[in-house]
Design a protein around this ligand. Structure first.
Ligand code: GLU
Ligand code: ZN
Length: 290
């Protein structure tokens, strides 16, 4: 059975791009007689707000979507992510990193490489990967570390050619070096997007992960984590992002593009027709929301 999900972070109001993405996941489940799940990705206690969780429920109900209750909230399952991190620690596949953001930036600038990550940065240069136990003890006095995945070591411990099947991009060969040694946990947030999303998708039996193509790079890390943690590999469908009138993608800062503001001045039908008109033919919307 196909299980899809929409997994927003309640750090702001949903915008039209989210609406499109939620409908996309919903449609893929409904069409296949499967299940659509909603998951609240609220691992960051500072940026996530309960009012935005409630707004997500309201907006998605207005869109005509249904999902089984209870909705999983990541903040209630920190132990699941800790277990996964502990497994990686026990196998020496993560290491503590003591660099400040500024130190990472300076190191990256010295390397002279052009930024190539989706967020306009470069992968972590690996400064702390080879610290000795004594050096670690010394640094520990001043600073709590973050935990980074040792991508090179991790790749050496999984079957050689890892791939995933993507309904958008076809068969993709995993190359996590593209993304580098990502942070899997920090002191204030003892997990990360990468770790919790992989653990949850497996625990919830998500079989088709649909999300924007801005997360395609992250999937290289997610597929690697699945192999390391012995979790099943879902199918993926990274969809095109919806662009605003200025040709840029919608972001949470575009207040006029929130679903709530559309809700206030048009009917659901009109809104959905607007999405259809403005967007690629890749979307045929589910029968019941038409
Ligand atoms: N929580 C992530 C976000 O709001 C999306 C997670 C995912 O679809 O993998 O961007
Ligand atoms: Zn470091």
């Amino acid at each position: 059975m196909i299980v899809t999900r929409f997994a927003p972070s309640p750090t702001g109001l949903l915008h039209v791009g989210h609406a499109m993405s939620a409908l996309f996941a919903y449609e893929h489940a409904v069409e296949a007689g499967g299940t659509f799940l909603l998951r609240i990705e609220d691992i960051d206690p500072v940026r996530c707000k309960e009012e935005f969780v409630q707004a997500i429920f309201e907006d998605l109900h207005w869109l005509g979507l249904h999902w089984p209750e209870p909705v999983r909230r990541q903040s209630e399952h920190m132990n699941d992510y800790k277990d996964a991190l502990d497994q990686l620690k026990a196998r020496g596949l993560v290491y503590p990193c003591y660099c400040t953001r500024r130190e990472v930036e300076a190191e990256v600038a010295r390397s002279g490489h052009a930024p190539h990550l989706d967020d306009g940065t470069l992968p972590y240069p690996g400064t702390c990967r080879a610290l000795t136990p004594a050096q670690r003890r010394e640094k520990e006095i001043e600073r709590e570390p973050v935990w980074r995945l040792d991508v090179t070591k991790a790749m050496a411990s999984v079957p050689e050619s890892l791939t995933w099947h993507d309904r958008g991009a076809g068969t993709v060969r995993v190359d996590p070096a593209l993304v580098g040694d990502v942070v899997l946990a920090r002191k204030d947030v003892p997990t990360s997007y990468h770790l919790s999303v992989v653990v949850d998708d497996a625990l919830q039996g998500v079989s088709l992960i649909t999300r924007g193509e801005d997360l395609l790079q992250a999937t290289h890390i997610h597929r690697l984590l699945q192999a390391l943690l012995d979790l099943p590999t879902p199918e993926y469908h990274h969809h095109k992002l919806m662009m605003g009138p200025d040709g840029r993608r919608y972001a949470k800062r575009d207040l006029s593009a929130t679903l709530r503001s559309f809700r206030n001045h048009m009917s659901r039908m009109d809104f959905i027709n607007l999405l259809k008109k403005n967007n690629c033919a890749a979307y045929s919307l589910p029968e019941e929301t038409r």
